[in-house]
Structure formats: structure tokens, C-alpha cells
Design a protein around this ligand. Structure first.
Ligand code: LLP
Length: 432
């Protein structure tokens, strides 16, 4: 096993993913290519579902955050596993709907949903709209009144937690574009406005503290603040929220330096804390929802590339250039996210060649990893970047007019195309 159970080395000395030889997969499907071990994704769904049931209570449920990875086949899988879904744009809603996802189990997010987005959500029968601001509440009320609908809503509340994670992915601080803050008193008036609105049904509150969080403290703090808010809201308005959605966020092991995470133990510990805090604040335990994205799909995915050149600059460093880069994985360029890189063609050899892995774009910042060591590659070798299942395909672009790679699902010893490779025709299809 390398890092996660999905990855290993076979007798040929090649990296395997879900038991399949990645060098053969690269030959069959071409590179770059995203692989996704869907059995591993299902295992994570089941882990979350059963832990939520056991430790948060039977009404509690995980909702998969489609922003981490979004295509029709994945929504079908998520539906089969019985999870709800968090959609953050009309594009994600349409994808879920096209996949036959039960829209009543969708939570629709976003800090700027347009009138058209809100109307679409109502037409598609979205279960809950997570209303982000008083402006949006007013717009939704008008649209709902016009359609004779009465949508169920959650209100996005900002608890003001700093999860000590990367600054760019913090969304729970008071100074945030998302939601209304408790600390400023704006959350209280938001709740009053929602309760006074005859065109919506308020079911509870949503908050999100951040992403790639390894321990339960930020979640515990958020629950503490939110349950106190629930208690105060009941006192001031008589409304006792039946639902508390605490957003996404459990982290993932990208490299050996990251800790291994016991998700079930974390959920159990958080469940115990929630019970304690409900008693402390004197509130009936609400249904707890959470929106894991990264932790469901990241470890199950990897990306295969073909090495084009290996260049050593004496006194400086070695660049290994591959046939993908920031268009299929912008995370190093954006966040300097660390990854584990393996020479899939020589996975049994010692990883003793220190290098920087560079993409093919006309941009110096187009790197996939710096200061990593792999078995010395040469042109034609297959290089694998592990743990790319989240926020890679979903953040991919066509920068430099590079077609997006396919998504190849691996399950039960078989590989199938779930999203086909973009063609040059796809690239020019919209040009008039
Ligand atoms: N729910 C809400 C309201 C969120 O804002 C997010 C992530 C999630 C759920 C899912 O969080 P997860 O379980 O995946 O950590 N592009 C960045 C990540 C941005 C996450 C933003 N919100 C990256 O590549 O690391």
C-alpha cells in the first residue's frame, strides 16, 4: 500500500490503483487521465452514513459536496449510497438532476444565487435552499410567491471560527462573503426576517468552518457557538431549529507528512461533544448534517501523466515535464498544495531522484509538485500524482486550449470511462 489502500505495486514493478496496472491503463486510455476507485468512494460514503447514524442520530445524514467532484456517474453513485448532496451552482444542480439524483435531498448553496438560479432550484424541486443573505431571502420570497411554492430553507450563519487552515479556503470567519455573522447581531435579524416571511419554511441553520481540517476542535467550537445560537433563537423567537448543518471539512492524507485520519472516531468524538453541548445549552438535539467532499473522493483518485523530458540544471534542480499540469490540477499553483508523486513505470525502484514536476503550460508557475523524489524517470515513463480525486477535475480548465482529461472509474477489477476525454472539436465547439 502507498498512502491509501487504493495504491500498491505489482510484480511488474508498476503502480496499481484499485488492483489495476496504471501503466496499462495509461496505454489503454491515454494520458493525462484521472482514475477514480469507486469502491473506495463507496466505502467512504458507507463509513460516513453509518457513523452519522450511530453517533449523530438516525435523522442525521452526510451530504456529498459536489464541488469536490461533479459528473453524472458520481451523482448516481452518491444516490445509490443514500447520501444527500450539496450543490453550489445551477450547473451542479443540472448535473444532479440529469443523473436522476433525488432533488429533495439536495441543499443548494452559494453567496450569490441569481433570480434565475433560485427559479431553477424551485423548478427542479430542490429540497433545501441555504439562504445566504437578507437580499437573497427577499428575492426567493418573491420568486416562490410567483410560483405558488413554499421552499424549505436553512440560513447560512457565520460562527466566526478560524480553523487554522489555508487562508484562501477559510470561509467561516466573521469577515467572510458567506452568511450572516452571529457576532455582529446580523444573524438574529436574519432569523427574524425568515420567520416572518410567509413564502418560506425555515428548517434550521448552516455553517461551514473550512476545509482540510484534521481534528475535531474547529467543528466542536462551531457546534458550541451554533447550539448556543439555537438556544438563544428559541428564547427570543420560540423557533427551535430541527436541523443544524455544519458544512464540510474533514481533511485527507495527501503525503506521508499528513496524519492518517480515523473518520469514524472523529465523528464519534464530535457526537459525544454535541450531546454534551445540547444538554449544556438546553436544546433538543437537532438532526446533524455535514457536507464532506474532499474526504469522500480525494484519496480514491489519482492522475496519470506521461513524462516528456527530464532536464537537470547543474547547481539548481531537475525538472520533469509531463503532458498535463495546471489545467487539470491548479491546486499547486493556487495553494502550493503538496502531493505524493510516483513513477508508476518504476514504482518498485527507490524514489531517489529529487525533482520538480512541471506541467506543459506556457507559464513558469505551472508546477504540480516541487522537492519531491521519484524513481529516476525518462521520456515515456508514466508518472502518477496520488490523491487527486477532489478539486482536480472539478477545478480543471482549458487554459492554453488544453483538452480536459477523461475520468476513468475503477471498480471490481474493471476500468470504465465515466467522463470522456475532451477533443479538439469540443474546444472549438462554442466559437462562432
Ligand atoms: N460545504 C460548504 C459550504 C463548503 O464551502 C465546502 C467547501 C464544503 C462543504 C466541502 O468541504 P470539504 O469536505 O471538501 O473540505 N478548492 C479548495 C477547496 C475549497 C473548499 C470550499 N468549500 C481546494 O482545492 O482545496
Amino acid at each position: 500500500m502507498i498512502l491509501h489502500p487504493t495504491y500498491d505495486v505489482n510484480a511488474a514493478g508498476h503502480l496499481t490503483a484499485a488492483g489495476l496496472d496504471t501503466v496499462e491503463l495509461a496505454r489503454e486510455f491515454g494520458t493525462p487521465a484521472y482514475l477514480l476507485d469507486t469502491d473506495a468512494v463507496r466505502a467512504m460514503c458507507r463509513l460516513y452514513k453509518s457513523a452519522f447514524h450511530d453517533f449523530f442520530g438516525p435523522a442525521s445524514t452526510p451530504a456529498f459536496a459536489g464541488k469536490a467532484l461533479c459528473y453524472k456517474g458520481l451523482y448516481r453513485l452518491i444516490a445509490e449510497e443514500g447520501l444527500a448532496a450539496d450543490c453550489v451552482s445551477p450547473g451542479e444542480l443540472v448535473t444532479a438532476h440529469a443523473a436522476g439524483f433525488p432533488m429533495a435531498k439536495v441543499f443548494f448553496h452559494g453567496n450569490n444565487k441569481t433570480d434565475a438560479d433560485l427559479a431553477l432550484a424551485l423548478d427542479l424541486g430542490v429540497g433545501h435552499i441555504v439562504v445566504d443573505s437578507p437580499d437573497e431571502l427577499e428575492a426567493l420570497a418573491q420568486i416562490a410567491a410567483g410560483k405558488g411554492a413554499k421552499p424549505r430553507i436553512l440560513l447560512r450563519i457565520t460562527p466566526g471560527i478560524d480553523p487554522h487552515t489555508h487562508k484562501k479556503i477559510i470561509t467561516g470567519n466573521v469577515d467572510s462573503k458567506f452568511g450572516m455573522a452571529i457576532a455582529t447581531g446580523q444573524a438574529d435579524s436574519f432569523v427574524k426576517a425568515a420567520l416572518a416571511c410567509p413564502f418560506v419554511t425555515l428548517d434550521g441553520f448552516h455553517c461551514h468552518v473550512g476545509s482540510q481540517i484534521f481534528d475535531i476542535e474547529p467543528f466542536r467550537d462551531a457546534c458550541d457557538i451554533m447550539l448556543a445560537f439555537l438556544a438563544r433563537t428559541r428564547q427570543t423567537t420560540g423557533f427551535e431549529a430541527p436541523v443544524l448543518n455544519i458544512g464540510g471539512g474533514f481533511g485527507v492524507r495527501y503525503t506521508e507528512r499528513d496524519p492518517a485520519i480515523d473518520y469514524r472516531a472523529n465523528i464519534q468524538a464530535l457526537g459525544t461533544e454535541i450531546d454534551r453541548m445540547c444538554a449544556l445549552h438546553g436544546v433538543k438535539k437537532p438532526a446533524i448534517l455535514m457536507e464532506p467532499g474532499r474526504s469522500i473522493v480525494a484519496a480514491a483518485g489519482c492522475t496519470l501523466y506521461t513524462v516528456g523530458s527530464v532536464k537537470t540544471i547543474p547547481g539548481f534542480r531537475s525538472y520533469v515535464s509531463v503532458d498535463g499540469g495546471m489545467p487539470d490540477n491548479p491546486r499547486y499553483a493556487l495553494y502550493q498544495s503538496a502531493y505524493t508523486v510516483v513513477n508508476a513505470s518504476r514504482a518498485a525502484e527507490k524514489a531517489a531522484f529529487p525533482c520538480t514536476v512541471a506541467g506543459r503550460c506556457c507559464e513558469s508557475g505551472d508546477l504540480l509538485a516541487e522537492d519531491v523524489s521519484v524513481a529516476k524517470p525518462s521520456r515515456g515513463d508514466i508518472l502518477a500524482v496520488l490523491v487527486t480525486g477532489a478539486y482536480n477535475y472539478s477545478m480543471a480548465s482549458n487554459y492554453n486550449r488544453i483538452p480536459r482529461p477523461p475520468v476513468i472509474e475503477l471498480s471490481g477489477g474493471k476500468a470504465t470511462v465515466a467522463v470522456r476525454r475532451e477533443t479538439y472539436d469540443d474546444l472549438i465547439r462554442l466559437d462562432v
